[in-house]
Design a protein around this ligand. Structure first.
Ligand SMILES: NC(=O)c1ccc[n+]([C@@H]2O[C@H](COP(=O)([O-])OP(=O)(O)OC[C@H]3O[C@@H](n4cnc5c(N)ncnc54)[C@H](O)[C@@H]3O)[C@@H](O)[C@H]2O)c1
Length: 255
C-alpha cells in the first residue's frame, strides 16, 4: 500500500512515538489526523505541519468516531495507528505489609491501555471496511497497535501494564483473522525502551541505565525507528497478524 494519497489517524499522535509517526506519514504524503488529549501539542502540530488535530479520548466511542470522521473527510481512510498512553497502576502483587494490590490499580490500567486499544481497533476496522479496495486482492488498509515487550516479560511491579500489553498481543492474530474477509491487516509493534522527549532530562539517566543492557545497538531506541517500522508495515501488504519486537534484542530482566 502506498502512503501517498491515503488518510490516517494516529491515536496518541502528540506523544513521543505518535508524533514521530505523524511526521513520517505526513512526509510520505498521507493526510493525517492527530487524535490525542493534548490540545496544546496537537495545535502546535497543526500549525507546523498542516495536519488536523482532533481532541480524542481513545476509550470513548464518540470521541474516536469524531477523529475517524475527520480522517474520512480528507481522503480514503486506510491506516489507524494507536500509540496512546495513559495512567498505569503497579506495585507488587502482595505488598511488603501483606496487602494485595488494589483491584482498581488493575482495572484502571486495563481500561486505559487494553480496553481503549480495543475501542480504537474495532472502530477503525469498521471505518476502513467501508473504503473501496485499493488493489485487486481486496486490500483496504492496515491497523497498527502498540504493545510492549513488557507484555511478554513484565518486570516486578508491572503486573497490570504487562497484562494490558499482553492483551494487545493476544488481539493481534485473531483481529487479523476476523478482518481478513474485509482486506484489513492488523499488526502490533512491541517496543523495548524508546527514548522519547517526554522523559526530558531524565532521559539521559534512563539511557545510561538501559543502554548497556541492550545487546545491539547499546542505546535506547529512537521514536523515528518506531515510525519507520510503522511506514514499513503500511507499505508491506504481506505483513499481517504479526507482533514485531523493536528492542535491539533486549529482554527485560525480572527488575
Ligand atoms: N517509549 C517507550 O519506551 C515505550 C516502550 C514500550 C511501549 N510503549 C508504549 O507506546 C505507547 C506510546 O508511548 P510514548 O513513549 O510515545 O508515550 P507518550 O507519553 O510520549 O505519549 C502518549 C500519548 O498518548 C496520549 N494519551 C494519553 N491518554 C490518552 C487517551 N485516553 N486518548 C488518546 N490519547 C491519550 C498522551 O497525551 C500522549 O500524547 C504507550 O502505549 C506505551 O505504553 C512505549
Amino acid at each position: 500500500m502506498q502512503i501517498a494519497g491515503i488518510s490516517a489517524i494516529v491515536v496518541g499522535g502528540t506523544g513521543g512515538l505518535g508524533q514521530a509517526t505523524v511526521r513520517r506519514l505526513h512526509e510520505g504524503g498521507a493526510k493525517v489526523v492527530v487524535a490525542d488529549v493534548n490540545d496544546e501539542a496537537g495545535k502546535a502540530l497543526e500549525d507546523e505541519l498542516g495536519v488536523r488535530y482532533v481532541n480524542t479520548d481513545a476509550g470513548s466511542e464518540e470521541s474516536v468516531l469524531a477523529a475517524i470522521a475527520e480522517a474520512e473527510s480528507l481522503g480514503p481512510l486506510r491506516v489507524s495507528v494507536d500509540c496512546h498512553g495513559g495512567p498505569a497502576g503497579g506495585g507488587r502483587l502482595v505488598g511488603k505489609d501483606g496487602s494485595p494490590m488494589a483491584l482498581d490499580a488493575f482495572t484502571k490500567t486495563i481500561q486505559s491501555y487494553l480496553t481503549s486499544s480495543f475501542n480504537v481497533l474495532r472502530l477503525a476496522a469498521a471505518a476502513i471496511a467501508k473504503q473501496e479496495p485499493f488493489n485487486d486482492e481486496g486490500s483496504r488498509g492496515v491497523i497498527v497497535q502498540t504493545a510492549s515487550i513488557a507484555g511478554v516479560e513484565g518486570q516486578i511491579g508491572q503486573l497490570p501494564y504487562s497484562a494490558a500489553k499482553g492483551g494487545i498481543l493476544g488481539m493481534t492474530l485473531v483481529a487479523a483473522r476476523d478482518l481478513s474477509p474485509l482486506g484489513i491487516r492488523v499488526n502490533t509493534i512491541a517496543p523495548g525502551t524508546i527514548l522519547t522527549p517526554a522523559y526530558g532530562k531524565a532521559g539521559d539517566q534512563l539511557e545510561a541505565y538501559w543502554g548497556p543492557q541492550v545487546p545491539h545497538p547499546k542505546r535506547m531506541g529512537r521514536p523515528v525507528e518506531y515510525a519507520t517500522l510503522v511506514a514499513s508495515i503500511v507499505e508491506n501488504d504481506y505483513l499481517n497478524g504479526e507482533t514485531i519486537r523493536l528492542d535491539g534484542a533486549l529482554r527485560f530482566p525480572p527488575k
